[in-house]
Design a protein around this ligand. Structure first.
Ligand code: ATP
Ligand code: MG
Length: 491
């Protein structure tokens, strides 16, 4: 199939090329023959233009205005012997043929048009002029002519056709052999050379094109490593480079899509796993609770413990679903960004207040270092609230009992820098570049298997919306600091 494309393509171009070559050769031969013939006739007329005048002067075929039979017959004999290639006509002053010296041939015209004869006489044989051929009406021939004037009166013309029929057939044969010689030798050599070079060039061009077609087909059939390698440079190498670039981009995009697809599959697995754990727990405890209650074997404390476990798991489930929902909204840009002026210190105060019970449980102190007169910032309060919650949540989660979480604020030129510092377990260096990726859970998160690894990805997206970013510094077993800037409110 591929070779078929190549061969038909090759033969189409080659066929067209050969046809053009043949037509051009034909036109060339035609022009050549015609101009050679014309040149031959022109030379003939130039050389023999005076012949009519000479004959008239030598023979004087007119005597007292009348044709002398004697002299004409004498002329006939002389011409037959000396130059049989010419035909002599004696015309009266109106161009009517009165006598002719053209043996054995039938003269069909009775009259010759005087226009060309007069033009010839006026130009004194310098112009190339063709006149009537009395034997072939409609055909034109080169001639010589001379007026016959006796006693000051024009009595007629001597009209000599220079290329008689015998002459023509002889020159035709000559032309034939000449063209044949040129045609069969030099012309043939040139044409064959042109054809060989042309076909070779076409072969080289179509070969490159064929390589490209084959590679494109390979790529189409699933060989994504197929690239075009051409030896020669030129238009086709530009086409090949473009294809190669296109193939690289396509492969890159395909790999990107594959990566995304893998991520989605991982998410689905993670989500179902992370949701199943609290659901199983809620289901198991509720079932046991109902059973034990039915048989009245449950103490009040046990009852309360069971309900607490169910509550904790429901809370976990709610947190998971909220986080997932929040992230998907941020990722698909379904969140409306509504910035307003507010105090970041007050917001942090609110958030830490909410986490106080959790922090107290782990005996963790949360404190804020506030410079005086901290100006307002201009940001989306709900989103910043969410970001700080996620960071405090992490700080408490990854800090051991008795640790400390500190908020520090620094006023910069156009913004306020917020630092959240903990004395927790720290993040391993290899993990640092990955913690802001979605669904990434660090190695230090083994026992805290709750969460999707979305908290920091959400923080990153929220800060991107504020045209800001988050940075992290961490030392294993010493602690971690997250920092970000939010714009100042300018009134
Ligand atoms: N303050 C911190 N100290 C140590 N490690 C941290 C801290 N904050 C984040 N990490 C590491 O970064 C990872 C990603 O954090 P992220 O908040 O995105 O996910 P998560 O806390 O595991 O789950 P989620 O926040 O979705 O409940 C964590 O699993 C943890 O390994
Ligand atoms: Mg988290």
């Amino acid at each position: 199939m591929k070779n078929k494309i190549f061969s038909t393509f090759y033969w189409k171009i080659s066929g067209t090329f050969l046809l053009i070559l043949i037509v051009l050769v034909g036109i060339f031969i035609y022009i050549n023959i015609n101009s050679a013939r014309r040149y031959y006739m022109e030379v003939n007329q130039k050389l023999n233009g005076d012949i009519a005048k000479h004959i008239e002067q030598e023979v004087h075929p007119f005597v007292n205005g009348k044709i002398s039979k004697e002299r004409v017959s004498d002329l006939m004999h002389r011409m037959m012997a000396v130059n049989p290639s010419i035909e002599i006509y004696l015309l009266d002053s109106l161009g009517v043929i009165k006598e002719h010296v053209a043996p054995y041939k039938k003269v069909k015209l009775t009259r010759v048009s005087l226009g060309p004869i007069k033009q010839f006489i006026n130009s004194e044989g310098k112009e190339f002029i063709m006149g009537d051929d009395p034997r072939n009406p409609g055909r034109k021939k080169v001639f010589s002519a001379s007026p016959v004037v006796q006693n000051g009166v024009l009595v007629g013309y001597l009209y000599v056709v220079l290329a008689s029929e015998e002459y023509e057939s002889a020159s035709d044969t000559l032309f034939g052999s000449f063209i044949l010689k040129i045609g069969t030798e030099s012309m043939l050599i040139i044409v064959i050379a042109a054809a060989i070079i042309g076909l070779l060039m076409i072969w080289i061009i179509t070969k490159n094109l064929n390589t490209i077609i084959q590679t494109v087909n390979k790529f189409k059939n699933g060989d994504h490593s197929a690239r075009v390698h051409l030896r020669s440079k030129g238009e086709f190498s530009a086409l090949a480079d473009t294809f190669n670039e296109m193939a690289d981009t396509t492969v890159k995009n395909m790999e990107g899509l594959k990566g995304l697809e893998r991520l989605r599959r991982e998410l689905l697995a993670n989500v179902s796993h992370d949701l199943r754990t609290p659901i199983t727990s809620i289901y198991g405890y509720t079932e046991t609770l109902l059973l034990k209650n039915e048989h009245g074997e449950m103490s009040k404390e046990e009852h309360e413990r069971y309900l607490n476990i169910i509550l904790q798991n429901t809370d976990k489930l709610k947190k998971l679903v909220d986080e997932l929902f929040e992230f998907s909204k941020l990722e698909t840009k379904q969140i409306k960004f509504k910035p307003e002026p507010f105090s970041i210190a007050e917001l942090v105060q609110d958030v830490t207040g909410k986490y106080k019970i959790l922090a107290d449980k782990k005996n963790i102190i949360i404190e804020s270092i506030l410079p005086e007169n901290l100006p307002l910032i201009y940001a989306d309060i709900a989103l910043v609230d969410r970001a700080i919650q996620n960071l405090v949540d992490n700080a408490i989660k990854y800090t051991q009992e008795g640790g400390k979480v500190t908020f520090e604020f620094k006023q910069m030129k156009n913004s306020i820098e917020v630092n959240i510092k903990d004395t927790g377990c720290g993040i391993p260096e290899d993990d640092l570049p990955l913690i802001f990726d979605r669904y990434h859970k660090g190695n230090n998160n083994k026992e805290n298997s709750s969460g999707f690894g979305l908290g920091l990805a959400i923080v990153k997206k929220i800060l991107e919306l504020h045209e800001s970013f988050i940075s992290v510094k961490s030392k294993l077993n010493e602690g971690t600091t997250f920092s970000f800037n939010l714009p100042l409110h300018t009134s």
